[in-house]
Write a protein that binds this ligand. Structure first.
Ligand code: NAP
Ligand code: GLV
Ligand code: GLV
Length: 339
């Protein structure tokens, strides 16, 4: 008999094939979000869960899941999971770091460049035939954007993704400022980056990129007061989590010209709609697709499978989030024989 895993959405097939060698697999096959009551029902006899960042995994889920021993999140961020509560109950939590770092850093740059040069507005202008209608082939003052090369980038959250964003900034000959909980002297040397307290980073940067996890400390980290510190010519890029930014304050900042523009991949509620924000032309928006490349999503599926398989074999999963759980329970299902 194999342990049972419930997967809350279709993930790339290669991951499922790997998992099936060790688990009885059930997948929520619909495209829409799994309804809460269905999830509460499905966890009843699950030994393992594969979750997405949109699934809220809390005490109520754990109360309904007496057999649950491991949650393998298909994402690097895991603010949707009550990890402390999981640890208390001896439930392992894993995530998918590293394999999506470069794809997400690429996308932060795509947003940064798109906003700096008004790419989406310009595309619409050509596509709708407005350029042809206007009859002006080239104009010295048409679609002027902001210089990127040689400017100052401020990266808030200097972990895997923040550093990957900095590596790209080196190629643009940028001055690189960063903020994180701890200073990183080795990375400073390697990347030519300088630490700044948050307020100073915001004052000095032409581009501010957010790459922190969502925690109690980072919730609304960028609020009205912080936005007022930024340059009027600066652009904010958020690829972290929507709740890191106070959206109301951001809309005000964009409308009143405290800052020049924003590129947003993440929102306070997802899916998101905000007429006031969407009317603004100095923002470029994306539906949380930072890691959405074939390569990253396939590798994430393999890493989720690798975590589940290691656990089934009684080994420590390679990307365990809550190391303290090892003091509560050994990895493995005990009563099942791993093949
Ligand atoms: P990571 O390696 O853990 O890096 C996080 C960084 O944030 C670390 O440098 C950490 O500082 C810093 N940090 C944490 N709390 C902070 C605070 N209060 N003030 C300042 N800095 C703080 O994580 P990662 O792999 O780079 O991923 C970062 C986040 O990006 C994820 O948690 C996820 O929410 C988001 N993400 C989004 C997408 C997307 O599709 N848009 C894709 C992937 C990830 P220390 O180094 O000092 O601990
Ligand atoms: C995506 O946002 C992730 O955290 O992996
Ligand atoms: C622009 O196309 C230029 O040649 O300067």
């Amino acid at each position: 008999m194999k342990p049972r895993v419930f997967i809350t959405r279709q993930i790339p097939e290669r991951g499922i094939r790997m998992i099936e060698e060790y688990y009885e697999v059930e997948v929520w096959g619909e495209e829409r979000e799994i309804p809460r009551e269905v999830l509460l029902e499905k966890v009843r006899d699950a030994d393992a869960l594969v979750t997405l960042l949109s699934d809220r995994i809390d005490g109520e889920i754990f109360d309904n899941a007496p057999k649950l021993k491991i949650i393998a999140q298909y994402a690097v961020g895991y603010d949707n999971i009550d990890v402390e509560e999981a640890t208390k109950r001896g439930i392992y939590v894993t995530n998918t770091p590293d394999v999506l770092t470069e794809a997400t850093a690429d996308f932060a740059w795509a947003l940064l460049m798109a906003v700096a040069r008004g790419l989406v507005n310009a595309d619409g202008f050509v596509r709708r035939g407005d350029w042809k209608d206007k009859g002006v082939a080239w104009h010295p003052l048409m679609y002027l954007g902001r210089d990127v090369y040689g400017k100052t980038i401020g990266i808030v959250g200097f972990g895997r993704i923040g550093q990957a964003i900095a590596r790209r900034a080196k190629g643009f000959n940028m001055r690189i400022l960063y903020n994180s909980r701890t200073k990183k002297p080795e990375k400073e040397r390697e990347l030519g980056a300088e630490f700044r307290p948050l307020d100073e980073l915001l004052r000095e940067s032409d581009f501010v990129v957010l790459a922190v996890p969502l925690t109690k400390e980072t919730y609304h980290m960028v609020n009205e007061e912080k936005l007022k510190l930024m340059k009027e010519t600066a652009i904010l890029v958020n690829i972290s989590r929507g709740k890191v930014v106070d959206t109301k304050a951001l809309v005000k900042a964009l409308k009143e010209g405290w800052i020049a523009g924003a590129g947003l991949d993440v929102f306070e509620e997802e899916p998101y709609y905000n007429e006031e924000l969407f009317k603004l032309r100095n923002v470029t928006l994306a539906p949380h697709i930072g890691s959405a490349t074939y390569g990253a999503r396939y590798a994430m599926a393999e890493l989720v499978a690798g975590n589940l398989i290691a656990f089934a074999k009684g080994e420590i999963p390679p990307t365990l989030v809550n190391g303290e759980v090892l003091n509560v329970r050994k990895p493995g299902f005990g009563r099942y024989d791993a093949p």
